[in-house]
Structure formats: C-alpha cells, structure tokens
Write a protein that binds this ligand. Structure first.
Ligand SMILES: [Zn+2]
Length: 463
C-alpha cells in the first residue's frame, strides 16, 4: 500500500500543482462584508472554488454559514472520525516590497513554487485534497471517514471556526497542516493585559515606548526636566544593555531616545527591549521624589531589563516540553499625571489565565499601578501518547525517514481551541518559507511529500 500511495502522489504531481495554481489565483484577502460573504468577496470566491474542486472529485461537500466548506470521504453515511483543518484566506501582499513575481499567480523556478498562500495554507490544503483523492482512487477500503474542512478567517481571529463549532459536531481527531512537522501537541496560553497608574509632578515630562502589543519594543523615548545633561550623558554612556541611546539637549528639557531590537513576543530572548532598557537608565538618575518615581522604580523592579521569564513579577513557571513562561513589557506611555502599559505573557500548562492575572495584579500593585483587564487563551495540550498522535508520527516517519516527535510552541495554531487537536505540518526544520512575507514559497518535492504523509495518515487512522 505504501508504494502505491507514493506512486499515485508522484504521478498526480500535475493535478496537485494545478489545484494549487487555481487557489493561489483567487485573491482571498479579508475584505468588506458583502451579502453571502462575511469576510469579503475574496475569501468567499476561494471557498466556492475549493467546493467546486472537491465536488468534481466526487466528495460530498457542504457549505456552512458562507464561511467554511467541508468535503467528506466516508464509508456509507458515517460521521467522519478524522478531520483535516486548513484555511483559504491569506494575508495581503500589497505594500510588500521585494516580490519578484505576481503574488496571486503561482510561478515555478527550479522546483520551487512562489505565490501568496503556497505554504500558508493553500499548498497544504491542496496536498490534503490530493491525499484524500489518492485513498479514494486507489480504492483503499475505509473503516472510518475523513473530512476536509476549509475555513476563511484563520488570519483574522478564526471567527469561521467559532461559528462552525458552535452548532456542528467536529470529528473526534483533528489535525491542521498550518504550522510545522512533526506534531505540535502543546501550545502555550497567552495573556495580553493592560495596566495604568496616576501621579502628580515628577522629573519625567513624557515617556513613550513600543506600539505593537505582541512584540519586544525596539524604540522608546523620554523627556526629562531638572536633571543635568552631563549626568544623563554619563549614565547612558555607562549603559551595557545593548540598546543604543541618543541624548538631545532641548533647552529647558532633555530628550533620551533609546533603540533596541524587536522580536516576537513568543521569543523575547532574541530582542532588546527599549522600554525596560530606558526605564533602567531612568532608575539610575536622581528623579524627583514622589509617586512618579515610585512607579518607575516599581516597574523597573518587576519587569527588569534582560529578564524574559517573569521571575520578578512572580510568574516564573516551566512545564515539561513547553518550556518557560515568557513575559514582554511591550508598550509604556507616561504623560500629564497618567501612565499606561501593555504586557504580553505566554504561559505553559502549569498555569491558568486566572493565575497569571492574580500574579500580575499583585506585582503591579507593588509598583503603584492597577491591572485593567486582559484578553487571552488558556494553554492547549493534547496527549502525546494517544493513538492518534502516534499514528500521525508513524506516517511522518515513514515518508520523511526521520524520527518524529511532539513539539511545543509559544504561538497559537488553528486548533488552539479544538479539544484533542494537533498541528501536523508543513514547515520543516525551522526553515523560513517567507510566510506572510514577500516571495512566500514551498518546494514541489516538499508538497508531494506532504500529500504522501497525509495519505499515509488517513490510511493509518481510517483504514
Ligand atoms: Zn495559516
């Protein structure tokens, strides 16, 4: 059977490429809601295109709420056991410099396919489609069914899944090829919270730092009065944080500009936080006594520069393979008696949203500030020793010829809110496929292997 699957996939190379070509050509970027198209006409057009492709391949198709399509391959009228969850919507390509080809026209050069969505997530969807077609055409008998599910709102908050899962049963086992191989079974929880404080007077006229809530801030600036220019110059010169400081004499006041290095909030170790670096410098200066100074001192001690695991905020926690909690103080503004900031925390399954909330409340109170609320998700964990996960890993190992294992990530995948779901493919070995960027690509060889892995997985689980 394994040889037959491989042979089928490789001899249907052209079919796989033409499905992907058709999907890439639909500009399925989120747009204005229109009748029958809640996420805009582009995503809806892609949905119709995919439903048509599945119908002509002989699958039972269905459209849900104009936002999600399904294609079933089932013995008799059984409810499918396995779900493969993909998405048709893509991020925009407008304003991205560096595209060497038309992003909405798939092109090939030296065995590499370029185009918006080829890796995220139209390529994996086309591969999953061919995998189902392979099982069908080879007549491999199914004991249980498989459902291909294709959504249209993954890139903008997954409201498609919310609608679908509210009233529709999901297959017991679901994987999404919208992340990386081998299998991602643990996704950290995430909390993005806001805090505020108030004061009167003080040496700091204004402080501004960071603008993206889920990134290490790469810039902060502060205007000071009543502190001598040479002293400020001396302290910034002595700084060893790695941030770059510029001190500007503004007559009655002094401006300090601080440049760091940005990084995603799930990997803060690789950034240089300009907000905490600048706060550290301020705490070495003779700020005027009072509440403002207490706040700066407090924030400097609960979120010290260089610390990314929340130790001083009382949040440090590590849980088996998901690694340590990460904390980023991402935005801070202070002016006219008021201050406010944003904190991004990614936490392993040893903590809950409620525990992180309590920890932050206590820490911020000690800094003279108030916790103002949050948005977030609990951690997602699927048992790595389950039959389902073992079968996915076996399919991966057979095709790739390398050992498969479960991995944990800091970000969320499409199955974050689906109990028992895992991410399975298609990025490999930390390769940068320019996902969401210019010249997004996938190799034809990888795409064929993806299809082969998915066909093997369907055979393992359903046959
Ligand atoms: Zn995606």
């Amino acid at each position: 059977m394994h040889e037959k699957i491989k042979e089928y996939i490789y001899s249907n190379r052209q079919r796989l490429l033409s499905v992907l070509d058709e999907l890439v050509a639909v500009k399925s970027v989120k747009g204005e809601p229109a009748p029958g198209a809640p996420f805009g006409r582009g995503p809806r057009a892609a949905l119709d295109k995919m439903l048509g492709i599945c119908r002509s391949a002989g699958f039972d198709t269905k459209l849900y709420y104009d936002v999600i399509g399904t294609a079933d391959l089932c013995p008799e009228d059984d409810f499918p056991e396995l779900g493969i969850l993909c998405h048709l919507d893509v991020v925009p390509a407008e304003g991205q410099t560096g595209w060497k080809t038309d992003p909405f026209k798939m092109s090939e050069k030296d065995g590499i396919l370029y185009g918006r969505g080829v890796i995220d997530d139209k390529g994996p969807l086309a591969a999953a489609f061919i995998a189902m077609k392979c099982i069908k055409d080879l007549g491999i008998p199914l004991k249980k069914g498989v459902r291909l599910i294709f959504g249209t709102d993954e890139e903008n908050g997954s409201q498609d899944l919310e609608l679908y899962t509210a009233k529709n049963r999901l297959p017991d086992h679901i994987f999404t090829p919208d992340a990386a191989f081998p299998v991602i079974n643990i996704e950290k929880g995430m909390m993005r919270s806001k805090f505020s404080g108030s004061y009167r007077g003080g040496s700091i006229i204004k402080f501004r730092g960071g603008s993206i809530p889920n990134a290490v801030p790469d810039y902060a600036e502060c205007e000071l009065s009543g502190i001598s220019l040479p002293l400020i110059r001396q302290e910034t010169n002595l700084d060893r944080s790695g941030a770059v400081f510029t001190v500007i004499d503004a007559g009655k006041s002094v401006m300090i500009e601080c440049s760091g290095r940005s990084a995603h909030a799930s990997t803060p170790e690789s950034g240089i936080n300009a907000v905490t670096a600048l706060i550290a410098v301020l705490n070495r200066l003779p700020l005027a006594e009072g509440k403002q100074k207490e706040i700066i001192k407090g924030l400097g001690s609960i979120f010290p520069f260089g610390e990314t695991d929340g130790t001083n905020a009382g949040l440090k926690c590590t849980y088996d393979s998901s690694g340590a909690l990460t904390l980023v103080f991402s935005i801070f503004n202070m002016e006219n008696g008021k201050c406010g900031g944003t904190i991004d925390v990614r936490f392993p399954a040893c903590m809950s949203l409620a525990e992180v909330e309590n920890g932050e409340k206590t820490a911020l109170a000690a800094a003279g500030c108030v916790f103002d609320g949050y948005m977030g998700d609990e951690p997602h964990v699927t048992d790595s020793s389950s039959d389902f996960v073992k079968k996915l890993l076996a399919a991966y190992e057979r095709v790739e010829g390398t050992k498969g294992e479960c991995i944990a990530v800091g970000g969320n995948t499409y199955v974050h809110n689906i109990k028992g779901g895992v991410a399975f493919g298609v990025e490999r070995d930390g390769t940068d496929y320019n996902m969401h960027g210019a010249n997004e690509y996938i190799t034809i060889e990888e795409l064929l292997k993806d299809a082969q892995i998915f066909a093997e997985a369907i055979a393992e689980i359903c046959c």
